[in-house]
Design a protein around this ligand. Structure first.
Ligand code: MN
Length: 285
């Protein structure tokens, strides 16, 4: 199932070039009051919402995807976890380019560990990316994004796939400079998730997916998740040794080679096999 959030908190089932408006399925979510539960409510109750969406599907209004504004499929993650340097050819380019390494030692991912991006940086493809710091270089990073469904800490790799709600395309936008990763990757709009959530049952093996990003129609990054240094299961195992993974948490699994600057006016087109494609506009506010 492909579940999207669109326009003003509406819920859609994506089918080809259109969606079915199944917003009534959101009535399955419990009413909450302060203090809110940690984690994303929709993802916590995804099974009930999907069952309700399936029941509504036949009579649900059809809306062309071209006519909607797509939001991040996860509204309220408790954290966005980034995997640094998780493709060898990206490490190689980071070692060659002073803009990327900034004279810092390039560590292995097992040594560096995960980093966190602010949850306030999260947007959907329809929101676009707004560049900060006009004098700096800003790069795209296309990544397979894993959305956690079942909570867990110290999850062994053999059980890791059971904890996944689904997958999406992630853009881990980055401003170059001397600061820590979490600062440079947490600007407003610097985490893009979309175009929708593909439920885990649709992707038998997340470690064999083609991924790419084009800027203004020109291919910049093109690889396959089989080249991940830590594969999806190991990311879950490793990162859950640091913190409890909660429903709605997003893991951006790392970016392949070809990271490059974007400028206001650019259009990024990101694709991942089995998930889909999204166009994301770059601007400066
Ligand atoms: Mn990244």
């Amino acid at each position: 199932m492909k579940i999207c959030r669109y326009n003003e908190d509406r819920l859609g089932l994506v089918e080809g070039d259109h969606l079915r408006d199944v917003s009534a399925a959101l009535e399955k979510l419990p009413a909450v009051r302060w203090p809110l539960p940690v984690g994303d409510l929709l993802i916590t109750h995804l099974d009930e919402v999907c069952a309700a969406a399936a029941a509504l599907r036949e009579k649900a209004p059809v809306v062309p995807l071209a006519e909607v504004r797509l939001n991040s499929p996860v509204a309220n993650p408790s954290k966005i976890i980034g995997a640094p340097v998780n493709y060898q050819l990206h490490i190689d380019e980071a070692l060659r380019d002073v803009d990327l390494h900034q004279n810092r030692k390039v560590l292995t991912i097992e040594t560096a560990g995960p980093f966190l991006k602010s949850v306030s940086s999260l947007v959907g493809p329809g929101d676009g990316v707004s560049l900060g710091f006009p004098d700096r270089r800003h790069d795209h990073e296309v990544e397979l994004a894993v959305v956690i469904g079942k909570p867990g800490r110290h999850i062994p790799r053999e059980r890791a796939l059971e904890h996944i709600a689904g997958y999406a395309i992630g853009l881990d936008m980055t401003v170059r400079g001397p600061e820590d990763r979490s600062a440079r990757k947490s600007l407003d709009t610097y985490s893009v998730l979309g175009p929708w959530l593909v439920t885990a049952d649709e992707i038998a093996d997340p470690n064999v997916l083609d991924l790419e990003i084009l800027v203004n129609g020109e291919v910049r990054q093109k690889s396959n998740t089989s080249r991940l240094i830590l594969d999806v299961q190991r990311c879950i195992e490793f990162f859950s040794s640091f913190y409890t993974l909660r429903p709605g948490d997003i893991i951006m699994t790392g970016t392949p080679e070809g990271v490059a600057p974007v400028d206001p006016g650019d259009v990024m087109t990101a694709r991942i096999e089995g998930i889909g494609q999204m166009d994301v506009r770059v601007r400066r506010d």
